[in-house]
Design a protein around this ligand. Structure first.
Ligand code: SF4
Length: 324
């Protein structure tokens, strides 16, 4: 068996909340609470969950854009947590991120050519002005834009075009893994499909591996080989895409899936409405984090014992006392 490109083991990220005149820690936000998964070469892992479930924090920890509190991250057999200096810079070339809001992530005072060219200069991938300009033109064409767009500023583009610029910037350094952090959430539905199709084409062309984050299962269905569902900082289910959509095991996955519209009007799906809101990650419920909203909970066990992620079928893992 070949080694996965990325391995994440028991990843934890807490954010401190400080208060008082001495700015002492008064509480902790448990953003990521023991997350483990792997991503194989050329694979797309969809990561889905409501806002605040820790999916974006997980993505940022993998890139070391924020420092994890605990856990292990291995990329191509390298211990990411131990990397510093030049080795960390090399990792930043191999792993890139595309953000949800392409406007906020593009410097409004820089031309598109300068934004894309900056990455080439930082990583020493182009030596002369001519080389940078040629590479920027190629990258713009690769994402469906015109070479002349290099002279314009981000505000002159639509949301979909700005996302294409963000993709070109990520591609500039020839990465192996791209964390796509809700890259289509801010776009119109018709534009969403175009950007997803572009990402699929680029994956094939450049043998890319994606971690594709979304808050909605319908967005990741076609692009993902496997899907991980997160709830309040934990992975509650992970399975090959087809398996997860046809045979969801966790009650939270079932509820998310029941909200996905079916294109065939003759098929009706019973919408599962969960009671209450997602609890505050400062004080997540004990036991199974989902027990306060779970329609099939069994007390007291579900409120006392944390369910481990158990294998329920080939590649299908679920964290529930009653399923799997
Ligand atoms: Fe529901 Fe209990 Fe399963 Fe959690 S462990 S999902 S509360 S049945």
């Amino acid at each position: 068996m070949t080694e996965p490109l990325l391995k994440v083991k028991n990843l934890v990220k807490n954010f401190s909340i400080t208060g008082g005149i001495l700015s002492r820690e008064v509480a902790k936000v448990h953003a990521v609470d023991g997350v483990s998964f792997e991503i194989g070469h050329g694979e797309t892992l969809g990561v889905v969950g409501e806002s605040g479930c820790g999916k974006s924090t997980t993505g940022r920890c993998i890139l070391r854009l924020i420092e994890p509190t605990a856990g292990e991250i291995w990329f191509e057999g390298k211990d990411v947590m131990q990397l510093e200096g030049k080795a960390l810079q090399a990792l930043r070339r191999d792993m890139q991120i595309i953000f949800q809001d392409p406007y906020a992530s593009l410097n409004p005072r820089m031309t598109v050519g300068a934004i894309i060219g900056e990455a080439l200069v930082i990583h020493g991938l182009a030596k002369s002005r001519k080389e940078i300009d040629e590479r920027v033109s190629d990258l713009l064409a690769t994402v469906g834009l015109q070479p002349a767009h290099a002279r314009r500023y981000p505000h002159e583009f639509s949301g979909g075009q700005r996302q294409r610029i963000g993709i070109a910037r990520a591609l500039a350094v020839e990465p192996k893994l791209i964390v796509c952090d809700e890259p289509v959430s801010a776009l119109d539905v018709s534009i969403q499909a175009q950007v997803i199709n572009l990402l699929e084409d680029l994956q094939e062309k450049f043998s890319l591996t994606y971690m594709f984050i979304a808050h909605d299962l319908s967005v990741v269905e076609h692009i993902s080989s496997r899907v991980a569902v997160m709830y309040l900082g934990r992975v509650v289910e992970i399975a090959p895409s087809k398996d997860l959509y046809t045979n969801p095991l966790h009650p939270y996955t079932e509820a998310l899936l029941s909200a996905v519209p079916i294109p065939d009007p003759t098929i009706a799906r019973n919408r599962i409405r969960l009671e209450g809101d997602v609890p505050n990650p400062i004080s997540p419920p004990p036991g199974c984090h989902f027990h306060t909203r779970c329609p099939i909970r069994q007390l007291p066990r579900c409120a006392e014992e944390r369910p481990e992620l158990k294998q329920a079928g080939p590649g299908h893992w679920v964290s529930c006392h009653l399923r799997g």
